[in-house]
Design a protein around this ligand. Structure first.
Ligand code: ATP
Ligand code: MG
Length: 454
């Protein structure tokens, strides 16, 4: 059978052990879908007619260790040759509460019932150890037609668990598939249920969506759905900028920028993807026209930053990503003068990694402007060139490059706290300006003078 060689040995071993003990067992879910699409499969999941305790028993008879943390949902994790395989008993989900939690799960030996609880036909394919595929819903045909279709009645399935709406859009963004018409209509009809979904679950799916290759098309087509947790997207849609630098409305500009963030191994950097998405969302809120009818959007970066903050709160984004995206949004429209000292000063405020990302964002942003922005493109090239020269010269780039430490400064009477911060900033500036040499005695005497004067 042509796909069999793509199933790793550890997974075949689990299937054979279960089959050998008289149970049905299949590889199922994302890995099977990916194999049928010639994509690299990852995490192999197994569905079986064996009950959780039976899974544990047969695995232990073959000296295979199991972990039973998710046993109440029917899942046992087997550790085979160093790989974790999730083995889940066929199951029927009971009544759903809050459009997300099945109240209880019921185990079954009927594979058709297990199929029926899965979200999309392409995710409801079962693959046996002899290479046959069980396809009760037309999943293989849907994959061939590049189509995402709910298993069963889409509206009911999204009422049970509204996260499925996001999962469907996420798969579309990853795979470039269309959403089948009734499934799509049900997504729009049931979008308000996304409000009941936890931030963490939304975040996980939306992040995969926004870094994936087809994100811009999906965000354009399903703006109304994403507006359930990011209403500013609706403000941006169709919002004309009336500026000679722009020939697109705010949302179309944003999507063009997102498209211009390069893909590495099939996906975008998360920080850059969120920064591209949010960088101009503040524009409609600060928009003003002058006497010539020309649009101005001064201060939009600050408002975009607030919008990102609200989204990050809703999603419970970790501090690092929150701060990195904030930095890119805040500075996306800021360019130092293209001369040594201004560029050097600008470099003090950013790590090398963030500066690198900032310039990717700025390039993508400028590429989505009219030709009138070409002056800025040239300016950015000069700035980046100067940055490289400054780096090559090993000049001071952060506090840790100064020839004095915080402790040295405390020893001469600088208070730890705000005074310390401002003294260090003043030292860095002075070194850049050439007003003081970067050696301990010059720096300490400068610090004392600074303290005396401030
Ligand atoms: P990925 O390749 O991103 O891991 P996946 O389809 O494997 O995608 P998982 O979250 O690993 O996604 O889920 C494994 C399988 O469990 C899915 O293929 C699907 O059959 C089922 N599933 C997961 N989440 C849901 C859900 N919310 N509702 C119904 N079925 C689901
Ligand atoms: Mg998976």
């Amino acid at each position: 059978m042509k796909y069999l060689h793509l199933i790793p040995n550890y997974c075949l071993k689990a299937l054979n052990i279960l089959n050998g003990s008289g149970y049905e067992a299949y590889a199922v879910g994302g890995a099977v879908r990916d194999i049928l699409m010639n994509r690299d499969p990852h995490d192999f999941d197994i569905a079986t007619s064996a009950l959780p305790d039976e899974i544990i028993t047969v695995m232990s008879m073959h000296n295979i260790k199991t972990v039973d943390m998710a046993k109440k949902h029917g899942t046992i994790t087997a550790v085979i040759d160093g790989n974790n395989v999730e083995i889940t008993t066929y199951r029927v989900d009971g009544e759903y509460v809050d459009n997300r939690h099945p109240q209880e799960v019921e185990f079954t030996t009927n594979i058709a019932l297990d199929v029926a609880r899965r979200d999309f036909t392409m995710n409801a394919l079962y693959f046996s150890s002899d290479g046959t595929i069980v396809d009760l819903n037309g999943g293989t045909e849907d994959i061939r037609a590049k189509r995402i279709r709910a298993v069963g009645n889409a509206e009911i399935r999204f009422e049970e668990d509204a996260l499925r709406i996001m999962r469907g859009l996420r798969f579309a963004s990853e795979l470039g598939f269309d959403i089948e018409a009734q499934t799509e209509q049900a997504m729009f009809n049931k979008k308000a249920l996304l409000r009941n979904i936890s931030g963490e679950r939304l975040y996980s799916e939306f992040t995969k969506l926004v870094i994936a290759p087809y994100a811009s098309g999906i965000i354009r087509q399903y703006t109304d759905i994403f507006a359930e947790f990011c209403p500013s997207l609706l403000k941006a849609r169709g919002f004309e900028q009336n500026s000679s630098y722009h020939d697109k409305d705010v949302l179309e500009h944003i999507l063009a920028v997102l498209d211009s963030i390069p893909l590495t191994d099939g996906c975008r950097d998360v920080t850059l993807a969120y920064a591209a998405l949010c960088h101009d969302l503040g524009k409609p809120y600060v928009y003003k026209t002058d006497e010539n009818g020309v649009g101005h959007m001064k201060g939009h970066a600050e408002v975009s930053l607030k919008i990102w903050d609200e989204l990050a709160d809703r999603f419970k984004v970790d501090n690092k990503l929150r701060a990195d995206v904030s930095e890119l949004i805040k500075y996306h429209d800021t360019f130092p003068e293209p001369e040594q000292k201004s560029v050097h000063r600008f470099m003090l405020h950013h790590t090398e990694e963030n500066l690198f990302k900032l310039h990717i964002l700025q390039k993508a942003d400028l590429s989505a402007h009219t030709a009138k922005a070409s002056g800025r493109v040239e300016k950015l090239a000069v700035i980046m060139d100067l940055e490289q020269k400054i780096r090559n010269k090993n000049l001071v780039l952060s506090r840790k490059d100064l020839a004095v430490s915080g402790k040295d400064l405390i020893d001469i009477g600088i208070n730890p706290g705000p005074q310390m911060g401002s003294t260090i900033d003043a030292l860095l500036e002075a070194v850049i300006d050439g007003a003081v040499e970067n050696n301990p005695s010059s720096l300490l005497s400068y610090a004392l003078k600074y303290r005396f004067n401030s």
